[in-house]
Design a binder for this molecule. Structure first.
Ligand SMILES: [Fe+2]
Length: 247
């Protein structure tokens, strides 16, 4: 496979992403878009690049972003009803990206992906002690959990082994948790160890979905120079097709 390595210069349009399942476009609720004008600029650019359906996934965590579902629904309705004509052929859905912490289990009004899956995350620097129990409980409740950007967690990056991957992460996968790749991670922006995890997970067909996780308009300009080989890029394209089954 060495022959194919990094000969191509893939960028966002090569993914063929029409359905985005992870974004911080809903304005003013987290560390994503600050206002409606900025959100419209993000959507205009994603639209230009071929995205037609977008799931908004604002952070929900007790410590940093204590968003409540009713307030998010209200903001979502207000924002999506005031979009310009050129975005009228887009469809939107409100979900959330839930931090797995000691409070997560107590949230009863939750926002899911269009098909009922739930997007979860951990702190980049500290594994959530509740992660296994949370995945187990969600599955028992008939809720399919999807872990956002496994390649970004530093505690997994530190544990990557060339022959074994990240066994701690694979245990979550074996429990039934699905994994979602971030577009930005493909650029190598989060380091070689993050790329190692990406290559491993792609080579072992362990990712299921892909999302932009877009936080700002300028970020989209950096969705280029993906550090994957041709075979891995084909698997990335398949993730985009998997997204299309959700919405
Ligand atoms: Fe996110």
């Amino acid at each position: 496979m060495l022959f194919f390595r990094r000969k191509e210069n893939y960028s966002f349009v090569d993914i063929g992403l029409t359905v985005d399942v992870h974004s911080h476009i809903l304005p003013g609720v987290d560390d994503g878009s600050p206002d409606a004008a900025h959100s419209q600029a993000i959507l205009a650019e994603l639209h230009r690049l071929g995205v037609r359906k977008s799931v908004f996934t604002p952070h929900v965590s007790r410590a940093m972003f204590p968003n409540q579902a009713p307030d998010l629904r209200e903001r979502f309705a207000a924002f999506t009803s005031s979009l310009p004509d050129e975005l009228q052929d887009m469809q939107f859905h409100l979900a959330s990206e839930y931090m797995v912490d000691e409070f997560f289990g107590g949230i009863d009004d939750r926002l899911y992906w269009p098909d009922g899956r739930i997007l979860i995350e951990m702190s980049y620097y500290q594994r959530s002690p509740e992660i296994r129990e949370t995945i187990f409980n969600l599955l028992m409740d008939g809720r399919q959990p999807v872990l956002a950007h496994p390649e970004r967690y530093v505690f997994y990056q530190e544990k990557f082994e060339r022959k074994k991957g990240v066994p701690a992460l694979e245990r979550l996968y074996d429990m039934g948790c699905e994994l979602q790749l971030n577009v930005m991670s493909l650029t190598g922006a989060y380091g070689e160890r993050s790329l190692d995890i990406i290559h491993w997970l792609l080579d072992h067909n362990m990712y299921r979905f892909i999302g932009t996780d877009v936080h700002s308009r300028s970020q989209i300009d950096r969705f280029t120079g993906f550090k994957v080989n041709a075979a891995q890029m084909e698997k990335v394209r398949q993730l985009a097709r998997n997204n299309e089954t959700l919405f």
